[in-house]
Design a protein around this ligand. Structure first.
Ligand SMILES: Nc1ncnc2c1ncn2[C@@H]1O[C@H](COP(=O)(O)OP(=O)(O)OP(=O)(O)O)[C@@H](O)[C@H]1O
Ligand SMILES: [Mg+2]
Length: 414
């Protein structure tokens, strides 16, 4: 049968195995797998459901007593929030008069060209550079003018995935102001229409400076005269990494179907979520509640984003509306990389539904990539996968992934 009719069959499954898994009628089994996965996810620190902080200072208060505000904390809104959490009858004073903190985290520009894509993952070695390089190449093959930039400043190696030698200059030179414009850094790649901006050969002097120059870099990227910019982000949840992920028009998260990677992906999504909330135009006091909630051991006992929103609902309706509005536009796509079985594929759906349920955000499952020896073969021979093995199952998967990301076909979830 033509492979293209079965775009999501893992290459390590035989045709008969794939067919039987497709015809699988035992829905209980599948549901159980999802439940187990969700249960494991729930037990992880990031997304455990709210457990009211029993050690809170308000433990002994009468929950039915309707009291007037008594500000005991140095941070008034936190004190109000504590009362609001513990006592449904608590009279909440208006806090909307508080001055809104200046918003420093909003998108730099709202024009649609170039379109910014950012590939993150929360963890090293999960295929960020692989996805970034090959996705950028496929965009260029569609006739787009594309730039891909290596912002993994501590471990720049995107050039290897693109099949080129390390360029002599990179974004590090722009950050330390050795070069004035990003255009000077554009390096051709073997794919016509695709250029790259390398990272840094001197990460130690550059990483610290990036904090200051990040917003300016975003502005400069938006000014490049191309259709698409694909950013390869570093591992982890560094402030700047999250900033770029949120500033992009579309964030892509590469995840391996193994607990460490899934755990880091949730941590990444959590960081993205909170950063987004902080960017809302809300009163200073509410920002402090959001900040407090970011700390897993916060005094409010807030464990999940849903808990946070529930408290803000009671504190200030207008802020609650704004926070929900912020998350409404948060819709990262995930890719499961190094898939070996149907269960691995299901991990992507489970992550999406957990994110929907506990963060209330619309995470899309754009597709998956099989574990395939041709990846390291291509890396070893310093060639891009889709150039070295253009007719492989893997190249086909990345093509489907690209189509899903471009909205040309439906992804795997929802
Ligand atoms: N689908 C795959 N099949 C087989 N091996 C893979 C696959 N994807 C990635 N790898 C292996 O994992 C390595 C890391 O991939 P990649 O460099 O894309 O990850 P990364 O997330 O960018 O890592 P880093 O955080 O170090 O930049 C590759 O060199 C390759 O050997
Ligand atoms: Mg990388």
């Amino acid at each position: 049968m033509d492979e293209s009719f079965l775009p999501y069959k893992p290459s390590n499954l035989r045709e008969s195995e794939w067919q039987s898994s497709q015809e699988e009628t035992d829905e209980e089994d599948a549901a159980l797998r999802h439940q187990t996965f969700q249960k494991e996810a729930l037990e992880s620190q990031e997304i455990a459901p709210i457990v009211a902080n029993k050690n809170s200072a308000h433990e002994n208060e009468d929950p039915n007593e309707s009291t007037k505000i008594e500000i005991t904390s140095e941070v008034p809104t936190l004190s109000i929030a504590l009362k609001a959490r513990d006592n449904p009858k608590y009279e909440i004073p208006s806090i909307t008069e508080q001055v809104a903190a200046p918003d420093t985290h909003t998108k730099v520009a709202l024009n649609t060209r170039p379109k910014l894509w950012a590939v993150g993952g929360g963890k090293g070695g999960v295929g960020k550079s692989l996805i970034c390089a090959n996705f950028a190449m496929l965009l260029a093959r569609r006739g787009h003018s594309v730039v891909t930039i290596d912002l993994d400043l501590g471990g720049s190696n995107l050039h290897t995935c693109l099949g080129i030698e390390p360029p002599k200059i990179g974004v590090g030179d722009w950050i330390v102001q050795r070069v004035a414009s990003l255009e000077e850094l554009l390096t051709p790649t073997p794919e016509p229409g695709l250029q790259m901006i390398s990272g840094s050969s001197d990460p130690i002097s550059v990483v610290g400076l990036m904090e200051n120059r990040g917003p300016e870099l975003l502005k400069a990227l938006r000014k490049l005269d191309v259709d698409d910019i694909v950013i390869d982000l570093g591992a982890g949840t560094h402030e700047m990494t999250i900033e770029f992920f949120n500033a992009a028009d579309q964030g892509i998260l590469s995840i391996l179907p193994e607990p460490t990677s899934v755990e880091n992906a949730y941590r990444f999504i959590r960081a993205v979520f909170f950063k987004k909330l902080r960017a809302a135009d809300i009163p200073f006091g509410i920002k402090e509640v959001v900040d407090a909630a970011m700390d897993q051991k916060n005094i409010l006992g807030i464990r999940t984003p849903a808990d946070l929103l529930a408290i803000v609902d009671r504190l200030d309706e207008a802020s609650s509306v704004k926070l929900r509005e912020q998350i409404k536009h948060l819709s990262p796509s995930i890719v499961i990389n190094q898939v070996r079985s149907q269960i691995d594929i299901d991990v992507g759906r489970a992550i999406c539904s957990v994110c929907r349920r506990y963060f209330g955000i619309d995470v899309k499952y754009a597709g998956y990539i099989d574990y395939d020896n041709s990846v390291w073969r291509a890396v070893r021979s310093k060639k891009a996968i889709i150039q070295e093995y253009p007719h492989s199952v893997l190249a086909n998967r990345i093509e489907h992934l690209t189509r899903a990301l471009l909205g040309e076909e439906k992804g795997l979830f929802p």
